[in-house]
Design a protein. Structure first.
Length: 336
């Protein structure tokens, strides 16, 4: 008997604090996922980093042996300066001297990556004025971009998601939830094909050193706004029509970002995902809801009573004037 009471009390306690338990599991799962990613990246990339360090060390040692007139300190100073310039997007290679990082098309591409928070990092402002302007430009431009994307996605999703789902639901009588799931899957497949697979194939042809996997990797890193900057299109020294190519990539990034937001909004409107998200949200107390409802009812009742009183006053004002007789005068007339 005591065990059953204890079990029922535990179940009741879990049900009362279900949202808190779900949130704790969510935090724990997220931390474990971070640790899992760190372990996998470390185990996969650390051997390649070690091999690259060894290769660079051998090349440096061979260069010093072949050029005995050059000291190791002089070589270190030269390499430090070269790496600093490379971090700012300036290369000392002769075949890359023709590509300017701050012409109009490159600046347009940079502005789009800043406002979309992609930020490849391959090109950064060099001057203090450019850095100060980038701060002001981003403070104003990023909220402006969010407003722009929200307005565009809100209009597109009406014609792409809501109306097709309602059409099949009303016209053919299919279940709205089933139609919404099938539509979300189809829309996701079309988006992946049009903004990942096909552009990856195009980039693998236009970029000399990119294969299909690297091109697909660039598309995903860009449209997810991660923007690592290890792959940036149009940076090759023999790139044909570089200005037009940069403008095309800028348009691709903006339209692809809009398509990704439309797909995410479509999936977020699914009933199952809404129900799943509510598991981790804080629920309002019933007492607070009741107080809010009572206050709302009181305000509504008082407003209705005030409206009724004002209507009565208006009716009285509009009625014709009638002489009212006093009770005493009526009694006297009856007596007579």
């Amino acid at each position: 008997m005591l065990q059953s009471l204890a079990g029922s009390s535990c179940v009741r306690l879990v049900e009362q604090h279900r949202s808190a338990w779900c949130f704790a599991l969510l935090v724990l799962g997220y931390l474990l996922y971070l640790v899992f990613g760190a372990v996998v990246f470390s185990s996969v990339e650390l051997p390649y980093e070690d091999l690259l360090r060894q290769e660079l060390g051998k090349l440096k040692q061979r260069f010093l042996e072949e050029h005995s007139c050059l000291s190791e300190q002089q070589l270190e100073q030269f390499l430090v300066r070269v790496l600093e310039a490379s971090n700012y997007g300036v290369s000392v290679l002769s075949n890359a001297s023709g590509n300017w990082n701050w012409d109009f098309t490159s600046s347009l591409f940079f502005a789009s990556t800043v406002l979309s928070t992609t930020g490849y990092g391959h090109t950064v402002p060099l001057s203090d004025g450019g850095k100060a302007f980038c701060i002001v430009y981003s403070v104003i431009g990023i909220p402006f971009t969010l407003l722009f994307l929200t307005a565009v996605v809100q209009r597109i999703i009406v014609y792409v998601t809501r109306r097709p789902v309602l059409y099949f639901h009303i016209r053919w009588g299919f279940s709205k939830q089933v139609v919404a799931i099938i539509h979300a899957m189809a829309l996701g497949f079309i988006t992946v094909s049009c903004f990942f697979l096909i552009p990856a194939a195009i980039f693998s042809v236009l970029e000399d050193n990119w294969n299909f996997l690297e091109s697909f990797y660039f598309c995903f890193i860009s449209l997810s706004t991660i923007g690592l900057g290890d792959y940036v299109p149009g940076e090759g020294y023999n790139q044909k029509f570089r200005e037009l190519y940069k403008i095309g990539v800028t348009c691709y990034l903006l339209t692809g970002l809009i398509a990704m937001l439309v797909v995410l909004e479509t999936f977020c409107e699914l009933h199952e995902l809404k129900k799943f998200r509510k598991l981790f949200y804080v629920k309002k107390d019933k007492e607070e809801d009741q107080v809010h409802i009572m206050e709302h009812d009181q305000l509504s009742f008082s407003s209705i009573s005030d409206q009724a009183a004002s209507m009565k006053d208006d009716q009285k004002a509009n009625e014709p004037f009638v002489n009212s007789q006093s009770p005493t005068s009526n009694d006297s007339s009856l007596n007579n």
